[in-house]
Design a protein around this ligand. Sequence first.
Ligand code: PMP
Length: 323
Amino acid sequence: MLKYLREDIQDFSPYGVVEKNVPIKLDANEGYQRPDGLNRYPNDRANDLQMKLAQKLARKPAEILLGNGSSELIDLVLKAYLETGEIVVSISPTFSMYKQYTIIHKGIYREYPLRNMMRLDADGFLEFISEIKPKIVILCNPNNPTGTTLPWKDVMRIISNVDAMVILDQAYIEFADNPGFFDPRELKNLIILRTFSKAWGLAGIRLGYMIANTETINCIHRIRSPYNLNTLTQELGLLALKEGPEATIELVKSERIRMTQALIKLGITPLPSQTNFLFFAAHEYIYNSLMKNGIMIRRFNRELAGYFRLTIGNPEENNAVLE
Ligand code: PMP
């Protein structure tokens, strides 16, 4: 939404890239010709990929913005909307980069604790928000590191009732049983972020995307670096879209059930996961003995000391963990 955009970029226009197919192109100071065409800058807005993704999502291309992983997109949203000293609110525990980016953009990060690491008191959260008046609210759903989800109704109520931009980080949405749907055409303050790093298995190409209404997308274009999505990523993203992630998602979901049940038998109870990882409390011994066997899981510290996060691997890797 334009009204929440940083004051100093209200009248700012994006870097103008003129993209025309001409036989002799000498306008961009590109280097000498190469047979693979990589001497050329990429398409600035990744038009082909933007269009294919838009088709898949039943959106207009102008409602999609692509980025160098969803990490870049979190950074860009904060860059566009947050003024020095303004507040970003999220739940706790959640993805640690929200706090990092807030501090980088000179904002103040405030968190609202989940009950038993998984339930959100939506009324309390809304009250907290109306008291401290954040510019941006970030909800990670399904949530990292807990793997749990908030009820669709609560998320909807929060988005519709706050006077702030809302980032809904759906990095793990493909693994959720009831993904729900939130429409940024109606929820004007909503920005949905997704990634190819998880369900699509393409963390190495750094590809994420934003779904928002065109007004919001145009706000982000103002501060996005030109050519932020490189040519190779654009090509590989197009190839990936032809196949889709469905096969891997099913495998992850069935391994998630198998691993959850097996861990419970071993006396470790993970939170109910809607992602490709399990989050649980365990003795440090578990971490150390896995590590001795060449298996690394994520160990948390400070307020999450004693908690661990295990990514669902392939069946052989998962068997090795259980052994
Ligand atoms: N959001 C969440 C919740 C994540 O867990 C991650 C990766 N750990 C990201 C965003 C960033 O993902 P990427 O930049 O690879 O798209």
